[in-house]
Design a protein around this ligand. Structure first.
Ligand code: FES
Length: 485
């Protein structure tokens, strides 16, 4: 039998796999153990699993032609889950490196750190997309070094529901996903130069920390959405802080802890990503919830969407009646990320290109090869509608006028407060919008150096009033009301 040979290249390393018949590029990448982004888990509906490929393959189908710009199709960009190798082929997956950098103003060298056992610890934030980590000086509480890597579970979907689905359908196992993410956490710990046996605090959404700990998270994916484990304990030397509920994990609870360190007063906290976690702290009462915002804020599912990395339009302003985009790293725009999308939408509302209902007559070109389509605006409306409805639900009965809103996460860091208010993502009466970067990692660092912080997080997460939005009639009503701009 003649075999089909597919060569996979990532990070400059090539490997050839052989198959008896046609095979999707996504399956080849999975078989090769190459992490790649598959936001819809391979359902073929998001357009996010782009790879460069050549050789004998099926022709791009109509969805691929819509999802990939013409010039990119000519370059050989394909959707890994829709393109099939039918003869020998070559596929190049984007590199997913571990990136490590010294935190600003620190002088410790990796060698010095390695020698000082007991002085340093590691904080890890297991995100669905990215695993972030930091090395912390336990004496001073200072962040010494940071490192990040993509979550290698990405080929099984961009969100926790897709990953649970992949386990339920037998495409992968809890043990396999656990092994992958643990491997990344260990690689990050090594990249940070942490001494052997350094203490670690591990936060993440409830599904991610369950998978890390090897606990089956599938009950979280079906009613009554009961997490098998909320943690708040040590497992094998690593500390797993407490989760507040099925969809408000220890990452969000750690971010609440980080904000509590910044302010003694009331606040609203939004961690806006694929899953939008929202908390309201008012008069000593903590109310939390989470809404499935979809991947628009991460730049996925958007025609020219991309992550907030070099080449992404991350903000837009109006000059002389025209939109002027800002591109991360300068140079030519390659796409648009979540914060750019919010800004662009606010600008297009101001210019009358989009109306209050979100109607837009035709695509709008922001830069050469980067346009916003009516479908993109619809995706943003669904995402912001979900988050805004969640904010309104947790703030019910509480005063929001003059209350500061803290935005956690990579998306929140580059957000413009004015654009957030203009598109209705946050209540108009908020006093200020304060970006706090990765609040989850900051909270994990606090717990790493202080038992009192561990106790406080445990108390916050255990006493939080968790509102389950699935099937909530109030949420549906508020969501529909929040769709308009
Ligand atoms: S289109 Fe391939 S993962 Fe979504």
């Amino acid at each position: 039998m003649e075999m089909i040979n597919v060569t996979v290249e990532t990070g400059g390393v090539r490997r050839t796999l052989s198959y008896p018949g046609r095979v999707s590029l996504a399956d080849v990448l999975r078989d090769a153990g190459v992490p790649f982004c598959a936001p819809c888990g391979g359902a073929g509906v998001c357009g996010g699993c782009r790879v460069l490929a050549s050789g004998m393959m099926t022709e791009p189908d109509s969805f691929e032609k819509r999802a990939i710009c013409g010039a990119d199709i000519l370059r050989g960009v394909r959707l890994a889950c829709r393109a099939y190798a039918v003869g020998d082929a070559f596929v190049r997956a984007p590199e997913a490196p571990v990136t490590a950098a010294d935190a600003a103003g620190t002088a410790e060298t990796a060698k010095n750190v390695k020698k000082e056992r007991g002085r340093y610890g590691v904080a890890l934030d297991i995100g669905t997309t990215t695993v972030a980590s930091s090395l912390v000086d336990l004496l001073t509480g200072e962040r010494v070094r940071e490192a990040a890597a993509f979550n290698p579970q990405a080929p099984w979907g961009a969100d926790v529901i897709s990953r649970i689905g992949a386990i339920s359908e037998g495409k992968t196992t809890v043990a396999e996903l656990s092994r992958l993410v643990r491997g990344t956490a260990d690689a990050l710990t090594a990249a940070l130069g942490a001494p052997d046996g350094a203490p670690r605090v591990i936060v993440g959404n409830t599904v991610m920390v369950s998978l890390f700990a090897g606990v089956d998270p599938t009950p979280i994916g079906r009613a009554p959405f009961t997490p098998p484990e909320l943690f708040g304990k040590y497992i094998g030397g690593d500390f797993f802080p407490r989760c507040a509920g099925a969809y408000f994990g220890s990452d969000a609870a750690a971010a609440v802890l980080a904000v509590r360190e910044l302010t003694g007063g009331d606040f609203i906290l939004c961690d806006v990503g694929t899953n939008g976690e929202v908390a309201s702290y008012a008069g000593g009462r903590l109310c939390v919830t989470a809404a499935a915002a979809g991947p628009a804020f991460e730049g996925a599912g958007i025609c020219c969407g991309m992550r907030a990395e070099r080449g992404a339009i991350d903000s837009v302003r109006i000059e002389s009646g025209r939109t002027v985009p800002h591109v991360i790293g300068g140079g030519e725009a390659k796409g648009i990320c979540g914060s750019g999308l919010c800004d662009a939408c606010a600008c297009l509302l101001a210019l009358g290109v989009i109306d209050k209902s979100g109607y837009m007559a035709e695509p709008y070109a922001l830069a050469d090869g980067v346009s916003l389509t009516p479908g993109d605006i619809r995706a943003l409306q669904l995402a912001k509608g979900a988050v805004r409805a969640a904010v309104d639900i947790v703030c019910r009965g509480a005063q929001t006028d003059g209350v500061p809103i803290y935005m956690s996460g990579a998306f929140g860091s580059s957000l413009s407060a004015r654009s957030c208010a203009r598109i209705g993502l946050i209540p108009g009466g908020a006093r200020e919008v304060v970006p706090i970067g990765n609040g989850a990692l900051r909270g994990a660092e606090l717990m790493l150096v202080s038992d009192a912080a561990k106790e406080e997080e445990l108390a916050l997460a255990s006493s939080a009033e968790y509102v389950e939005l699935s099937g909530s009639a109030g949420f549906e009503r508020l969501f529909l009301r929040s769709l308009d701009f």
